[in-house]
Design a protein around this ligand. Structure first.
Ligand SMILES: Nc1ncnc2c1ncn2[C@@H]1O[C@H](COP(=O)(O)OP(=O)(O)OP(=O)(O)O)[C@@H](O)[C@H]1O
Ligand SMILES: [Mg+2]
Length: 279
């Protein structure tokens, strides 16, 4: 598997101006790699993910998967969004089977696969429930099971756990890491949460706010499974936060006309480390 984004730019034009959301971004992803994308709100993370998914066309540059140019959505790239986009009128198992139904997978195979992945996300007992009967964490698990049924080499995840409470998030992060380890998928994971990125990523890419470029890349060479409280992890988290903080501060200064006074304590002690989420 080889996946690359080469010289990707995306610009939007209005009557008066053109603005670059992404500006000549190139990234290569290795087979089985877990890559996290971090960056201030509005820096273009979702845009990049949607371009890789084939949901959005770049203004220039190209995405290639196994040497073939990506021009549309495909079963080789499963996507999981922040709001899990499940169908409330279908049961859990019917939701999980939905993508396979579209892909015309035969009924028996569909059911077997759906059960396999529901087991993987610990929802076998809830297969006949409707979505409204589930908690937020359970809904995200259904969405994850549905994304896994495509057996895609690549899984694209856009802030999948950001709406969850921290305990549920911890559990799902561990489950995702285990599933990733077992399935050897390449995962591109967008988050605002620095700890989550360092906990899960082989690589953490910090995007810069203006002009959509890559600011810095961190290779996370810690063993797995990782402990969020470990000293090694905390050290890297602090480094990444410093990088992101400088970027958020730069944006804030621009937005507040250089009148912005950055309060160290406000963000450094934010329990959720969602730097930039509110900008
Ligand atoms: N259709 C559009 N027309 C014009 N501008 C757009 C359009 N879609 C997105 N944008 C702009 O592109 C920028 C990047 O948006 P994107 O959703 O990729 O950011 P993001 O990094 O995912 O932000 P967040 O962390 O808040 O989810 C934003 O400034 C947004 O306003
Ligand atoms: Mg986004």
């Amino acid at each position: 598997m080889s996946l690359s984004a080469t010289n990707i730019s995306k610009k939007y034009s209005s009557k008066h101006k053109q603005s670059y959301i992404l500006n000549n971004i190139s990234i290569s992803f290795k087979k089985g790699e877990f890559v996290c994308l971090l960056g201030p709100s509005g820096c273009g993370k979702s845009t990049l993910l949607n371009i890789i998914a084939g949901l959005l066309k770049p203004s220039s540059g190209e995405i290639t998967l196994n040497g073939k140019k990506v021009t549309e959505v495909g079963v080789d790239r499963a996507v999981m969004f922040q709001e899990c986009a499940l169908f409330p009128w279908l049961t859990v198992i019917d939701n999980v089977e939905f993508g396979m139904k579209i892909a015309k997978v035969p009924k028996k195979e569909r059911r077997e696969k759906a059960l396999k992945y529901l087991k993987m996300v610990h929802l076998t007992k809830f297969q006949n429930c409707y979505i409204s009967e589930l908690s937020g964490g359970m809904k995200q698990r259904v969405a994850l099971a549905r994304a896994l049924t495509l057996d895609s080499e690549v899984l694209l995840m856009d802030e999948p756990f950001s709406a969850l409470d921290s305990q549920t998030k911890d559990i799902l992060q561990k489950e995702l890491e285990k599933i990733w380890w077992e399935t050897k998928k390449t995962i591109i994971f967008v988050t605002h949460n620095v700890e989550e990125a360092v906990l899960l990523g082989d690589r953490v890419i910090v995007m810069s706010a203006n002009g959509g470029k890559i600011r810095k890349e961190f290779k996370i060479e810690l063993g797995r499974p990782r402990e969020s409280q470990s000293i090694d992890l905390s050290y890297i988290v602090a480094q990444v936060k410093k990088e992101l903080r400088e970027e958020v501060e730069r944006v804030a200064k621009g937005e507040y006309d250089n009148d912005w006074n950055f309060e160290e304590d406000t963000i450094l002690h934010d329990s959720d480390f969602d730097l930039g989420a509110g900008l």
